[in-house]
Design a protein. Sequence first.
Length: 303
Amino acid sequence: MASHLSWARYGKDKVRVFRIVRNGDWHDVVEYTVCALLEGAALETSFTQADNAYVVATDSVLAKTSPHVLDPVLFALHIALHFVTTYKHITKSVVSIESFKWSRIAVDGKDHKHSFVRDGDEKEVIKVEVDASAGQEKVTGTVTSGLKDLLVLKSSGSAFEGFFHDEYTTLTPVSDRILSTAIEYEYTVPVKEDLTIAGLGALGEKLKFKEVAMNAKKVTLDLFATDESASVQATLFKMGQKIIGENGTVGGITYKLPNKHYIPVNLKFIGLENMTPPEKAEVFTPVESPSGLIMATVARTAV
């Protein structure tokens, strides 16, 4: 039976990078996990003929030489552009970055010069794809940014009522409940111009990657806290609408919101009411699984 290689990509995953940028005694730090993947027609022989002549090592990720290392989007673009502009046989590069949170410690109300704290488990996630199929002078690209593992909880201001009931339904409607989720979202920022390494600084100023990232997180947390939520679905849509409305460079945003369930404990065995009405419960058992999972994309409407 005849067969052929229809698609291939290779690279290096889980490349750990920690960098200190020193400006005198004032330090900035970043910690990344990088995945760099490459494509190109010439690479086919490494699969089909065991010929490694065109295989490029992918773990040299410019941690020291890139002037953009403190900006994960521009750093990812720099890595990706390095591969497609250095090696003519590499026509596409996909670079993903997870950025770990290090926040500067404040001492007596002032940011310390070189001390930091990991004050949250959320990670900034970046994925860039650059395509040099039309030539090294006509490189195009896409940027996707977001967050994951942003754990949030509100003890009131969330309801779930009016849902479909049949003979299999066991869930009780509730007008006020705990709402908790590990927020994950990613948004697209279309890049509508040819990409160059020399032009990355100007691109960052134009598309405002850092500002958009800060706004997306702020909108998400503000609406989670303040929205009188009729459902996770309804709150999710409001978040997406507001982020698109406030950031003209965002083409769309996808949320993934798994429910973190807290089940009221029946305390009648010690003479305490904790089950009825459910809105008045105060003692709960956290339950990891099974859990609800809500996902949706809110996209900018073409005009």
